[in-house]
Design a binder for this molecule. Sequence first.
Ligand code: CA
Length: 154
Amino acid sequence: TKHRLLRAKRMFALLDVDKAGFLDCQKLTNFLQHNTINFLPERLSTIMDVVVGSGKDISMEKFLLLMGFEGVQEADLESIELQERRARLQEAVTTFHTFDEDGSGTIDTSELTGIMKTMGQKMTQEEVEHMFSLADKHGTGEIDFENFCECLLA
Ligand SMILES: [Ca+2]
């Protein structure tokens, strides 16, 4: 459900081209008519009734309601996003520590080579080095946590 919620939020952001925080009724109507795959016809007609009956502007909360999420506030969304971000960061920290076998706070080529082998990635030394050079933006021969996150989240 979290995942669907975030997708709905992204959809809203996509539709809200001018970033006004509101959707133009006409825009949403067009969108719904061209993306009816996920809606049963009777559901779509209910949605359209609500949309047309609700005036020109569709807020995020109203949009979520239309998408079938009841009682979700924008603040809830933000906290979900924050949770997701934290979880991703936590995951990155864990992965980084796994890679950084000697606990030096950086990952060097031999550590990267080792972990790729452990993960069952059949990579040549050249491929590992290429990967490494992509992450090692400053050419220090080591990947710190910041480089690692940039790489992971890119
Ligand atoms: Ca290390």
